[in-house]
Design a protein around this ligand. Structure first.
Ligand SMILES: NC(=O)c1ccc[n+]([C@@H]2O[C@H](COP(=O)([O-])OP(=O)(O)OC[C@H]3O[C@@H](n4cnc5c(N)ncnc54)[C@H](OP(=O)(O)O)[C@@H]3O)[C@@H](O)[C@H]2O)c1
Length: 338
């Protein structure tokens, strides 16, 4: 747990937290819990940056949080180019500000197929090569952009700008769908590049792309922890919550919504406050004694019970496989321009 000195009204904030997808659902609840925690500690030198797609929705969300003075909106979309993420987010942080924690919460099922197609067409029209974006990197699927690629770029750019260091706690949003969807997943044979580009054949089973994306996410952050042994990152699943906008996202068709609701009914669900506390405990280091960098914490029973490190579960042995971690690392890094 960190301790932040109190500043006078004329000073610039010296410390900050970053939350992506902070305008809705578990991200909003986590922002509320964080703001309340900082307020109770009278942490006036702190800003919470809410990195979201819509300023309007974020301003409305801010109005529901009791401490609007410590909140700031920055525009962030996981489908943005690295240059845009640099301009809109990284360059907007004041010089010398210390980033205490980053909650990479944005994500879900992505946009619907039509939007994906539009984005690919839009992207290919700006370049001479149809499979490359204007950054000369491949174009990721909407679901990969939302959960993983935008976040990988954000952390990469913050690192390059010296805005994060060994005391920054990075928390990525995982899901039990990475291992408990009931669909067999052959990690050795799987085409990680194709999964991230949305071109891999995944059998047409509803929701399976989400499970694969969250699995690759956990492998990527495990690899990141090995590549950056001085930094701290943990993947945390908030557990199943039915009251958020997750199942209303564009990438969820009526059939997938029904299947997901049934899975959540059978696997259990809990309140947004309980889900968000998992994030906050990890962000503030409440679990520091037991959470290792690179680990994946989730429900070990169903979708809400027995919260802990899942890497020792038989079904999760892929997480510790360094070859698979590197396979995910290499696949994701293709989308992160140098
Ligand atoms: N609910 C669950 O049962 C559950 C279980 C395990 C894991 N999770 C994970 O928890 C996280 C939060 O989900 P939630 O249930 O709170 O759903 P939610 O209410 O739909 O919140 C998702 C947030 O992510 C943002 N977002 C989506 N795509 C984005 C993109 N391309 N770029 C930037 N922001 C984007 C959304 O922004 P807009 O408001 O602009 O759409 C929204 O703020 C997700 O990563 C989800 O996968 C949820």
């Amino acid at each position: 747990m960190t301790s932040t000195p109190i500043m006078t009204a004329t000073e610039q904030p010296k410390y900050c937290y970053i939350v992506t997808g902070a305008n809705s659902g578990i991200g909003l609840e986590a922002t509320k819990q964080l703001a309340s925690y900082l307020h109770l500690r009278n942490e006036k030198s702190v800003t919470i940056y809410m990195l979201c797609r819509s300023e309007e929705r974020t301003r409305a969300a801010m109005a529901t949080i009791g401490t609007p003075d410590i909140l700031q909106f920055l525009k962030f979309d996981g489908s943005d180019s690295a240059e845009t993420i640099q301009n809109h987010c990284v360059d907007k942080l004041p010089d010398g500000i210390k980033v205490e924690g980053i909650l990479l919460n944005a994500g879900g099922f992505g946009d619907n197929k039509k939007q994906q197609k539009d984005k690919k067409q839009q992207s290919s029209s700006t370049t001479s090569n149809n499979s490359l974006s204007k950054d000369d990197v491949p174009v990721a699927s909407s679901i990969a952009q939302a959960n993983l690629i935008g976040h990988a770029i954000l952390i990469d750019r913050l690192l390059k700008a010296d805005k994060i260091d060994s005391s920054t706690r990075i928390v990525a949003s995982g899901s039990e769908a990475a291992f408990a969807s009931g669909v067999p997943m052959d990690f050795d044979k799987a085409d990680f590049d194709g999964i991230l580009q949305g071109t891999a054949s995944l059998g047409g089973i509803p929701g399976v792309e989400y499970g694969w994306t969250k699995a690759l996410l956990a492998l990527y952050w495990a690899a990141f922890a090995r590549h950056h042994p001085d930094l701290f990152v943990v993947t945390v699943s908030p557990g199943s919550v039915t009251t958020t906008n997750l199942l209303r996202q564009g990438g969820v068709n009526p059939f997938l919504r029904t299947v997901s609701k049934m899975a959540m009914f059978l696997g259990g669900s809990h309140q947004e406050s309980v889900a968000a506390k998992r994030y906050i405990d990890a962000l503030l280091g409440e679990e520091r004694a037991s959470q290792e960098s690179g680990s994946f914490w989730a429900s070990r029973k169903g979708y809400t019970k027995d919260y802990g490190d899942v890497s020792n579960l038989t079904i999760c042995k892929f997480l510790k496989d360094v070859t698979l971690q590197e396979k995910a690392w290499n696949a994701v890094r293709k989308f992160v321009p140098l």
